[in-house]
Design a protein around this ligand. Structure first.
Ligand code: PMT
Length: 220
């Protein structure tokens, strides 16, 4: 049977991509499918947790028994995540948040026939870092971040662990054949105390391993 070891616990998960408007019909985004974050939300609900899933647009169905909070942009995701974060026991940041957004999205659809000089650039500004913002304000929460790396995976994940004040970073090598959009993932769990090399497996199986390790940090 399923262990109900998250009964009475509250979990917040961010998942999917964010989309950042260029005009009313176009946007900047990325290839996150939401599979990783949704798998964590689903596993946590099965294990008895009260789960809030703050998700950018995906093609996935809402997992059973999970409170869904749909968002579009990074700034919307921050506002909703902040609200869910305050009272949660574990916060998991699996979303692929767009690091930047168009500074001045056009109010109307851009049309053909605009001059090349007007089309030469889309001015970008940096988005807030949701994990770093909430990590800096953490009290009792166990904070689990992700790191999508193409090189120096462990070193970069350790830097994110410190910079974003997380308790654990799930580091994936997205330069290999797993990561964005795939059913499997290959990760290392990076904590201050050490690194766990997790073999390649399905995202639902991995979700339970990530939760096992977050729960261990809860009772410390
Ligand atoms: O959705 P799938 O198709 O299943 O793919 C899964 C995944 C590859 C998206 C997932 O496993 C993953 O790695 N998610 C994090 C992707 C990412 O944006 O990594 P990062 O290294 O750029 O960011 C580091 C951490 O900071 C992440 O926890 C991220 O959610 C967070 N972040 C980043 C930027 C930002 N502005 N705000 C954030 O909260």
């Amino acid at each position: 049977g399923v262990k109900r070891d998250l009964e009475g616990r509250s979990i917040m998960v961010t998942a999917g991509p964010t989309v950042e408007a260029i005009d009313p019909v176009r946007f900047i985004s990325n290839h996150s499918s939401g599979k990783m974050g949704y798998a964590i939300a689903r596993a946590a609900a099965r294990r008895g947790a009260d789960v809030t899933l703050v998700s950018g647009p995906t093609a996935l169905d809402a997992p059973d028994g999970v409170r869904m909070v749909p968002v579009q942009s990074a700034r919307e995701m921050l506002a909703e995540a902040e609200e869910a974060f305050t009272d949660c026991d574990i916060a998991v940041f699996a979303a692929a948040v767009s690091d930047m957004r168009p500074k001045n999205p056009a109010g109307r659809k851009l049309k053909k026939g605009v001059s090349d000089s007007e089309l030469a650039s889309i001015e970008l500004v940096e988005n807030p870092d949701i994990l770093a913002t909430l990590g800096a304000s953490k009290a009792h929460q166990v904070v689990v971040g992700f790191a999508a790396e193409t090189n120096d995976v462990i070193e970069n994940a350790q830097a994110k662990l410190h910079r974003k004040n997380a308790d654990m970073i799930v580091a994936n090598d997205v330069g290999s054949d797993v990561g964005f959009g795939t059913d499997d993932n290959k990760v290392w769990l990076v904590e201050e105390a050490g690194i766990i090399d997790v073999p390649r497996m399905s995202k639902p199986e991995l979700a339970d391993i990530i939760l096992d390790n977050a729960i261990r940090r809860l009772s410390e």
